[in-house]
Every structure is written in C-alpha cells, then in structure tokens.
Design a protein around this ligand. Structure first.
Ligand SMILES: [Zn+2]
Ligand SMILES: [Zn+2]
Length: 340
C-alpha cells in the first residue's frame, strides 16, 4: 500500500487548511479508539489519520511533503514502497525527514531522540512605525507562539505502546537506506490514544501580547531576540513602515521639498518635519535647483553619533501661466536681455 496522505484524509491535494482540519476531525472522531474498543483496524486507521494530519495540518511540513510528493519516489511510508531513487541522495532525505518530523511526530518527554534539538525557533515579523524605528521605543504586538498542549500537557497522547511500524526500533529500512520511522518520529513508541487537540505533537499555537523594545536606528530586517511572558524565546524580525516625507539612510534622514521659482530667487522660510517635530528652515535668496541643505543633529542616534537631516530642494517652474503672469515673465526676460 502506498500511503498518500491526502487520500488517507480523503481530500484533494488542493484542499484548504480548514477543509483538511474538517476532514481530520470527522475521521478522527469515527476511528477514535474510545469509539471502537478492541478494534485493531480502527486503531490503525486512527493512527494513519493522525499521522497524515500531523503533516498536512502544519504549513511547513505540508510544503515539504508536497515537494517530495511531486518529486516522485522516495517518499513512501512503508518498507515495500521504496520506489525509485531519492532525489535528495542518501543523508539528504534523512535530513529532510529529521526536519519534518523533528518538531512534530510523537513526543515522549525528554527521553532523547532528535526532536528537541532541531525544533526551529519561530520567527515573527513585526511592523514598526518609521519614527519608532529611527528614535527607538516600545511596540506592542500579539504574536503566535508554540505552547505546551493544555489537553495532554505536552505528552502527545496516552497509553504508550511499541510503534507498530518500526517494531520499536525507531528506524525503518527503505531500499538501501535506513531512516527515522515516520510513525513515531524515531522514538520507537507511540500512543494508543493520540491527543486530538495537538495531533500528537504536544504543542499548540497560542497568541501572546508582547512589548518589544525597538533600539534606535533599526532597519527592516533587524532581528531581535524576545522572551515572551510565558518564557518562550522568539526571534522577532522588524518591518519598518515607510514615511510619506522622511527616508532614512544610515544615520541621516533625507527629505525633498518643492519651492517655486520666485521662492528660489527671493528666498523663503519653510516648515520642515523632522523626527523630533517641525522646524522653520530658511531658504536663502538665489537658491539653485538640486541644492541639499543640512539640518545638523536631526538624524538617528546610532552608536553614540547622531546623524543629520538632509533637505533636497526641488525648484518648480510653472507649466502654464495666466496672461498676467506671462506679462511678468516677459518683463523678467526683457531685464535679463538688458543685463546680457
Ligand atoms: Zn495534546
Ligand atoms: Zn516507529
């Protein structure tokens, strides 16, 4: 028998996560050992269903499984189904299985195995306002963190038994390769009653409200280590929102202002927004297009040094003029000719 995880759950490979969950719940209820006492076939079926959902119900595991499924061969869960060579080579597939089943599978406390070491620390992306990223400050956010399953308290199930697929060895032979048993995640033991809430993984996702302290001068992509109130360590990746007016470049803040031709010739005063509020900036008479004015100390403080704000001055000329304005420009043109 070639166990295709989608057919185990009786769903199409394009099924949405809710459909998968629905199919799993329905089948798990039907074949649950409590509902079928002494029925070994039902128990086997229940185990299959739980295994299938453990992978298909987890976005990361599912995408790896889909990839292998498309790759053809090399991903059969039984001894007889080793069709074709593995596209990953020896070791490669083993690594993928480790990463696939490392975090999930069936947990048996901390009795060894590779499940504890390889579980990746989750990274969450947090959106940060431009000003907070530049000046530093606190951001509150709700983030998803894996927590111990409240139903089985992290065990993954109850009624320990020797894994029927590997006979307790924790490894299975597939063609020329020996690999960790996918049924028990290499532990050699599974449960008779697999926890329905966490599908045997021992962990569920929970939302936690956290306060993240953003250091001044943070950019998009900055990764911070955070310990949540429930003492989970999470890596937080920052995504800095852009500002309509201000742009940051290292320690300096840049902005562009537009002035009219008369303002450039005669000079003016402009209200300019900085990170720390508005200031009045003098544009001197005779300012040329593409002038860059520097406002010292209005940049970002980074490693003890504060940057500046650089104001790019753009001079705009009218695209069309009224009859009155035309007369004035003509007068200017005349006076220009006399000087020349
Ligand atoms: Zn559980
Ligand atoms: Zn096993």
């Amino acid at each position: 028998m070639n166990k295709d995880l989608y057919s185990v759950l009786g769903v199409d490979e394009k099924a949405a996560p809710e459909e998968l969950k629905k199919a799993y719940r329905k089948l798990a209820k039907k074949y649950h050992p409590d509902a079928n006492p002494g029925d070994a076939k039902a128990e086997e079926r229940f185990k299959e269903i739980s295994e299938a959902y453990d992978i298909l119900g987890n976005a990361e595991k599912k995408s790896k499984y889909d990839l292998m499924r498309k790759g053809g061969g090399g991903f059969h869960f039984n001894e007889t189904g080793a069709g074709g060579g593995s596209p990953f080579g020896s070791g490669g597939l083993d690594d993928i299985l480790r990463s696939m089943f490392g975090g999930g599978g069936f947990k048996f406390g901390n009795r060894g195995g590779f499940s504890q070491q390889t579980a990746p620390r989750p990274t969450v992306v947090i959106s940060v306002p431009f000003r907070t990223a530049a000046l530093g400050g606190d951001v509150r956010a709700d983030i998803s963190v894996p927590v111990t399953c409240p139903v089985c308290l992290g065990a993954g199930g109850s009624g320990e038994k020797i894994c029927s697929q590997c006979g307790g060895a924790g490894r299975i032979q597939q063609g020329q390769m020996v690999m960790p048993c996918p049924s028990c995640g290499g532990q050699g033991r599974t449960y008779i009653n697999i926890c329905e809430r966490c599908a045997g993984s021992g962990e569920v996702t929970s939302s936690e409200s956290v306060k993240i302290t953003i250091p001044p001068g943070s950019d998009s992509g900055t990764v911070l280590r955070l310990v949540t109130p429930s003492r989970k360590t999470v890596l937080v990746k920052l995504k800095v929102k852009s500002d309509k007016f201000l742009r940051s470049e290292g320690r300096d803040i840049h902005c562009t202002v537009k002035i009219t031709a008369p303002q450039a010739v005669l000079g003016t005063k402009l209200k300019i927004r900085t990170l720390e509020g508005k200031i009045l900036l003098s544009i001197h008479p005779g300012t040329q297009p593409d002038t860059i004015l520097r406002i010292p100390g209005k940049g970002v403080l980074y490693r003890g040094t504060k940057g500046d704000q650089l104001v790019h001055v753009d001079v705009e000329f009218p695209a069309s003029v009224s009859a009155e304005e035309k007369a004035l420009w003509e007068k200017l043109a005349e006076s220009g000719k006399r000087k020349a």
